[in-house]
Structures are given as C-alpha cells and as structure tokens.
Design a binder for this molecule. Structure first.
Ligand code: 13P
Ligand code: SF4
Length: 424
C-alpha cells in the first residue's frame, strides 16, 4: 500500500526511541518480522523489550497475516470498498460487532456498530456476548482489553496489527517493576498502582495483582479517589499529564506529586521525594496532545471572544487550566453535540474527531486548536482495505489478526478492569 497520512508523529516516535537508546529497534523488529511472518506490531513490543523472539518477550501471539492487505484489496476504489464492506457485514449479521474509536477515520467509523471513547467501547466489548467476532477499529491496547473482557467464545480482531499507541509503549513491565521496587523500599505507606487504559495487558495484570486499578480519561480522578481509599500513595503510568490533571482535580498539593523518569537512576528522584510523594507519575506522553499549547488558546480567544475551549486531559496541565473544560473523547463529543446552535468551539484533540464534529454540527463553529495538528498516525493505520480484508476472511470462515491475551495475564488484567468498570 502506498504510504498514507502525515508522518510527523512517527518522526517524533523515532526521536523518542533515539533519545532512549533504542536506535536498534528497527533491526530487531525486522528480525522478528522475518521470524514470525510479519507480525510487526507484536514485533515492535518484543523489540522494545530487547527480546529476540515474541516468546522471549512474553508477548501474546496474534494469529493472522500481519499488516498488509493483499494487493487486490489495495486496488479497490472507495465506493468499491464501501459496497463490499457493507455486503460482508450484512452476511456476517449478528455474529459480528464492529467497535470504532472516535479517532478512527470516517471511512471506518461509518461501519461501526458502536462508536465511543476507550471506556464506552470496553463496556460494549464486555456486554455484546451475542457476537462471535469483535472487530476493533482502534489500537492494540483497546483490542487487548476487548479480548480480556469478552467471553471465551468470542474472537477479537484488530484490522491492522501495526495500529499501536506510542504512549502505551512508553511503559513496559520491567521498567514498572523496577520503579515499584524502589518506591516500596523507600516508604512504608501502601502504594496503589493505577494504569491508564493506554497500556499493555501485562501492566493491567500488574495492577490487578497488586490491589490496583485501570482507568480511562473519563474516570481517572475517580480511580485516584478509589486508590486513596485503598492506600496512601499512587503510582500512575504511563501518562504524566493525565495523572497531573487528575491530581489537581482531586486537590492534591502539587508539591506531593513527582515524576518518575524511567531513563534515570531511581527515576531521577532523591530519597526524600521517593519517601514522601503521594502521587508518582510516569514520564510518558501522547505526542498528539503535546501539540496543543496556551498560546493557541490565547489566539482562539482573541479571534473569537465567545469561543469555548475544550481539550482532552492528555494535554499538559497549563493547557487544561487555560481551557474552559476537559474530558474524554466521548465527553468532548457530547458537550459539543448538546451545545446551543451558533456557539464556537476550539477543540484540543485528534483531528479526525474534530473534523467529524464540525461536519456533524454545521450549526456551530468547530475547529482544532492547532491548525496543523497531526492525526493519531497509529489509529490512521487502519485503512478500509484492512477492514474489508478482515470481514471477507470471516465470511470465508477464516479469522485473521486475532488479538489474544495469554490466560494468566488476562486473569489479573481482568481483575483491574472489573474494578474500573464498577467505579461509580
Ligand atoms: P479516550 O478514552 O478519551 O477515547 O482516549 C483514548 C486516547 O487514546 C486518547 O488519546
Ligand atoms: Fe495513543 Fe495518543 Fe494515539 Fe491516543 S492519540 S492512541 S494516546 S498515540
């Protein structure tokens, strides 16, 4: 397939890898791709873990054909893709459910049975027990979560195994275990691990096994509250910014919040900080949301004095503070849908969602806070040709690109996810 979409996030990922001594990643990934017949997404993670094989990295093997649809699919025009996707979907009937994250491109979202944020889609995955196949138009951690929450008779499919999340990749089990050991040795107060949904299944399992919880952008402050009901201190990974924004919402003194940098000895923290911090945030970020800043908010307000600014809580603290409101992708969509006609909205989140909102609400002025913002390039890796390829294989009785979490990991990850699903 011809290379598609902007590459700015991928460039930043390369910078990140280079800055973290991971220049060898491509070579490792290529070796794993050769050894595994093209499972590059899993290969990414194995490479980061420095393992020569997927098994060495302890990664669940995803069955299927990898990232690239056969050439015949790539030659199809948009109307042909639409027609064949609709036909395959109709043939599969109620045995199929398609879940679509808000950041997916329109060409996929229009076929989704359910559209939503990470929280809403995980609820759908847990409740749609009638479907044999859950095709997840989203990214890898979302499909893993769907596999964990769905029944044993259900199979979860990610249309492109390369659709990952660069933020989720910023924390891995070894590094989190190292941090945990240092923090528990430094202080007696009970430490509760909280992981963002945007993390690998083995980190969710880490939390499940240690009386911790998963959260999403829609319930992170509530998850922090829950954690403080069950312990004295929180370790939150991998998003520093969602963590800080949640701490502020809970009224935690900023002096009691520290950042653990996994690239530094003892996270770059001194003995006093290790011993006294109430909230320890992992130094991770979303490169899409790092592109919003306070100056853009000033400019929007100068241009449209009555503008309302709404941003995702993965944005930096000062951006959230300067905005009028913040929340998950579902929250953003709901607030704008319910706003009166004639209102103006500057939105700080991924561009596919912003453009869709602008299209769906022509009675309001809706624009992206950063006019040259990137889409989430990993979400963008799912092309309608991938979706069609998956669906037509299912019609023939073949399951491609299945995401399957190893049972021991799934068991503990489910404990942490179930705790999240019961949060009020
Ligand atoms: P939501 O849970 O708000 O959809 O966020 C997921 C995500 O990846 C945002 O970058
Ligand atoms: Fe990950 Fe950021 Fe993409 Fe969300 S927008 S999936 S956090 S890279």
């Amino acid at each position: 397939m011809a290379r598609e979409g902007p590459t700015c996030e991928e460039e930043r990922q390369q910078e990140y890898l280079a800055g973290h001594g991971l220049r060898h990643l491509d070579a490792i990934r290529d070796a794993i791709r050769d050894a595994t017949g093209g499972q590059t997404r899993a290969g990414d993670r194995a490479g980061r873990a420095g393992a020569a094989t997927l098994e060495q990295a302890g990664l669940p093997l995803a069955a299927g054909a990898g990232a690239r649809p056969p050439a015949a699919y790539l030659a199809l025009s948009p109307p042909e893709l639409d027609e064949r996707i609709a036909a395959a979907k109709a043939r599969l009937g109620t045995s199929l459910v398609i879940l679509g994250h808000h950041y997916q491109r329109d060409e996929n979202v229009k076929f989704a049975d359910f559209r939503g944020d990470s929280f809403k889609l995980s609820q759908q995955a847990a409740s749609r027990k009638d479907a044999d196949y859950i095709v997840f138009c989203g990214v890898h951690f979302m499909a893993e979560t769907a596999d964990i929450l769905s029944g044993p008779h259900q199979q979860v499919i990610l249309p492109n195994l390369e659709a990952g999340c660069s933020m989720a990749d910023m924390a891995d089990l070894d590094a989190v275990e190292e941090c945990w050991t240092a923090l528990t040795a430094a202080s007696r107060g009970k430490l509760v691990p909280v992981t963002y949904m945007n993390s690998a299944a083995n980190l969710k399992a880490f939390c499940g096994e240690r009386d911790g919880v998963v959260c999403t952008s829609s319930n992170a402050p509530r998850a922090f509250e829950w954690a403080f009901e069950h312990g004295e201190r929180i370790l939150f990974f991998p998003d520093e910014h969602l963590g800080r924004n949640s701490a502020v919402k809970l009224g935690v003194d900023p002096a009691e919040v520290v950042v653990w940098d996994p690239q530094q000895t003892d996270g770059g923290l001194g003995p006093n900080e290790l011993a006294s911090a109430r909230i320890v945030l992992w130094k991770g970020y979303c490169s899409v949301h790092m592109r919003f800043d306070v100056e853009q908010i000033r400019e929007a307000r100068a241009r449209y004095p009555d503008v309302r600014v709404i941003v995702h809580p993965e944005c930096r603290r000062e951006v959230v503070a300067a905005a009028d409101c913040d929340g998950s992708t579902e929250y953003i969509a709901k607030v704008i849908a319910e706003a009166p006609a004639g209102t103006t909205w500057a939105v700080g989140t991924e561009i596919n969602l912003v453009n869709r909102l602008a299209h769906e609400h022509p009675d309001k002025r809706i624009f992206c806070l950063n006019p040259i913002v990137c889409p989430c390039s990993t979400m963008y890796r799912i092309h309608p040709a991938h979706l069609l390829w998956m669906l037509e294989a299912l019609v023939e009785g073949r399951v491609l690109n299945r995401i399957q979490v190893a049972p021991e990991i799934a068991r503990w990850a489910r404990v942490a996810l179930d705790r999240m699903l019961t949060l009020a």
